[in-house]
Every structure is written in C-alpha cells, then in structure tokens.
Design a protein around this ligand. Structure first.
Ligand code: PLP
Length: 424
C-alpha cells in the first residue's frame, strides 16, 4: 500500500488531467457527480486517440510494416489489460463493443452447459448486464434461473446464495460492486465457497469495481470477468477475461473463417483501433499514477504498478466516503432516505457511490433541482440495476457517484445544494 502522505499529496493534483472536470463539452461549468454512469476521460486517452490511434492500419498482419505495427499494438493493449487484471497472458483478454455485449456473447458461448435439470444463479445486487444474458440464454435452453436475494440492509444474502447452489449449478453471476449502492462483494472468499460446493463457473461483472479498487482475477478465482473502458477514464469498450481452462467449454459466435482459439474466437469483425488506442492512454495514466504513488519502488512490474495505483485510489476514495457519510449524518430531515452502507466502520466495503431519495420529489424532479440550483449532475432512474427494479421495486432512485478526481469540495457543493433543496 502506498504511503498515505504521498497519496494525499498526489491524487488531488490529478484533477487537472481530466479536462471535463471543470467544464462540460460545451465549455460550461458544472459539477459532475455521475461517474458511476461513465467516468470523466483522462487527457492521455484523448491524446492517444489522435496520436497513436490515427497512425494505425485498419488490418493487422505480419508482413507489411503498418499492418505489423497494428498487430503488435493490439497485442500490447491486450497485455496491458491482462496486467491490469493480474491475468496470466494477453490471450486471456478479448475486446467487445461493451460489457453487456461481452456477457451476451459469453452466455451464447456457454449455451451447451444450460440444459433442463441444470441451474444458474443471478443476484439482485447486479446490473442487468450480468442478469439478462443468463436469463435469456439459460432459460431458452431449459435451465432453471435462481435469484439470490438481498438482506434487509441490502447486502447480498450469502447464506441464500449457498443454499441455492448445488451440483447442478453450472454458473453463478456475481458483481464486484453494486453500481447503485456502491457495496463491494468479498469476491475471493465468495468464489472459494462457491467452488467448494459446486462445479459452477463464476462470472464477475467488475464494471463498477474496476475504477475504485484493485481487481485480480487469480486472487478472485473466477472463470470470467468483464469490465468497461469508459468507467476507467478511457473510451467505450468492453473487456473480457477468460480463464484458459474454460477453453473447451466455450463456443462463441464465430464466422467460419475466424480463428477458433482465444482471444480471436471471441471477436467479431475488425477490432476498434481508435478505442484500443484510447484505452491504452487511460491505462498508461494509471501506470503513471502507480509509479508516482510509490516512488521508492524501483521498476515494479506493470501488474504491481496497476495495483499500487488502484490501492492509492482506494485509500483516497475511502477518505471521500468517510467525509460524505459524516456530512450525511448531519442532515436532520425525515425526508431524506439513504440506501446502502452508512456505517463509517464498514466504509471499506463500499465505493463512493451513494443512493438516496427525498420524500415528495421523484428522482427526475430531484435531478432537475440539483441541476437548476447548483449545476450539479446526479443520476436518476433504475441504473439498469436489480437492486432498484426487483428488490426495492421502485421505478428509480437518485445516485451520487464520485471518483478519485473529486475531493471534499465536490462533497461540500453537493450537500450545500441538498440542504437548500430540503429546506425549500
Ligand atoms: C455494474 C455495471 N455492469 C455493467 C454495465 C454495463 O456496461 P456497458 O455499458 O459497457 O455494457 C454497467 C454500466 O453502467 C455497470 O455499471
């Protein structure tokens, strides 16, 4: 873990790397508190789109130098993603249009496992990107879909999960962190419990976790894990890790002439080179952050450097969470209802993503008031999440989501605006 003095000196200065922090694309000032929907884009991603991206050949190949340069480049980006996740090799990483597209493709690829008599587990904590593919493909093949519920305090009901698991469970779909409540799951211990009780494959949606904490596929022990470039300060692109041992069980969408082996068998058509260039720029930003967070470490590996970066972000964001919860506690209004972990003692089990509502205002009205009174951007709606739609059975909730470019000043502005809304 990097030294807190270094972290707290370093991270607040990084805000300058995000041109969207101070103003939106029209040059207008606003406070963006909707990073859960998509983070701000880092400058090195934007530069890479123009510089490295523009110089690439559409088609990779061996012989012609620009084709070969593209081939090398694509492999280099796969390797960076593998290092980001602690995967064993670039061959374990495939590129997709989005995480949703990656998970639908994965569900299709695993369809032969889903049969009458078999079952799949999905949870009420997940985004529907990690539910609908399993429900759609699993049930069309005759498998049973079992839903894991939440407890009264909106935590995943782990005993319910373990009770629903058996020898006929072929797949368990889990989230790394809820994109509505911010709750982080103890993935490594959960996956170990699942693997002890059943032969199920475990698929992790790490979209909401990846910008906030280190993710290590080998420590987690999952079979597949997906996340998205536009949540980690880069462009729209979905990334899928597949454990090499699952290779004989997959049969993805594939045209006859495409290669049959990973990672190529996962990918349909040409790769989006511009997106890959932007992703590389965003990942290089995290590497810079990791090196700066631990200057004493002489030439650490890319894997270790990513981990240092995300540990620094996690530590810094914990201070934001604690400050947010402290200010929340001071609001003395029965109209405010907060969802998720609010105990500071459990703050390490959450990201700085907060769900709330104000009695008497529907989520879209509250979003509008934040915008009109303070030029503050918060989210409303169902966030594509089963917490909202299935568990709470609401049409929407408001969500405030921070990232490491935010600071106590962002939180103060949010609460000043909230105070003024509640009191008028
Ligand atoms: C937790 C979570 N999973 C999956 C997704 C879907 O990602 P994508 O837009 O890349 O399909 C999102 C998007 O908000 C998300 O927050």
């Amino acid at each position: 873990m990097p030294d807190p003095d270094i972290i707290f000196g370093l991270i607040p200065r990084l805000r300058g790397r995000f041109p969207g922090f101070v103003a939106d694309c029209r040059g207008e000032k606003r406070l963006y508190l909707n990073s859960g929907a998509g983070s701000l884009t880092v400058d090195s991603c934007l530069r890479a789109l123009n510089n490295e991206g523009a110089g690439l050949n559409p088609m990779p190949g061996q012989l012609i130098p620009p084709e070969n340069q593209t081939l090398q480049f694509q492999q280099q980006v796969r390797q960076l993603v593998a290092d980001f996740l602690g995967a064993g090799s670039h061959e374990e990483i495939s590129f997709h249009f989005s995480t949703t597209a990656a998970l639908f493709n994965l569900a299709f690829a695993l369809r032969s496992l889903f049969k009458p008599g078999k079952n799949l587990l999905v949870t009420d904590l997940d985004h529907f990107a990690n539910i609908s593919p399993w429900e759609t493909v699993g049930s069309s093949q005759g498998a049973e879909i079992r839903r894991v519920r939440l407890t009264g305090d909106l935590s995943l009901d782990v005993p319910d999960l373990l009770k629903k698991l058996d020898h006929n469970t072929v797949l368990v779909a889990l989230t790394g962190a809820s994109n509505v409540l911010g709750t982080i799951l103890p993935l490594a211990s959960l996956v170990s419990d699942i693997k002890q009780k059943s032969p199920a494959l475990v698929v992790v949606d790490a979209v909401h976790l990846a910008p906030h904490a280190p993710v290590d596929v080998r420590e987690i022990g999952c079979d597949f894990l997906a996340f998205s470039g536009y949540k980690i300060f880069g462009p729209m692109i979905g990334l899928l890790y597949s454990r090499p041992e699952t290779r004989d069980r997959i049969s993805p969408y594939r045209v006859e002439t495409n290669k049959e082996y990973p990672p190529f068998c996962w990918e349909q058509g040409m790769l989006p080179n511009l997106q890959l260039a932007g992703l590389k720029g965003a990942l290089e930003y995290l590497l810079e952050l990791g090196r700066a967070a631990s200057p004493g470490d002489s030439s650490p590996s890319a894997r270790k450097t990513f981990r240092l970066a995300l540990e620094a972000i996690k530590r810094y964001e914990l201070s934001l969470t604690l400050y947010f919860l402290e200010r929340l506690k001071k609001i003395d209004s029965p109209r405010l209802k907060f969802y998720g972990i609010d105990n500071p003692g459990r703050a390490t089990a959450r990201t700085p993503t907060f769900a709330l509502e104000i009695a008497g205002l529907n989520p879209s009205e509250l979003k509008k008031l934040f915008w009109e009174r303070g030029r503050v951007v918060i989210a409303d709606g169902n966030h594509y999440s089963a917490v909202v739609v299935r568990h709470l059975q609401k049409s929407g909730l408001n969500r405030v989501s921070l990232a490491h470019y935010d600071g106590p000043d962002s939180i103060d502005l949010f609460f000043d605006c909230l105070d003024s809304i509640i009191s008028h």
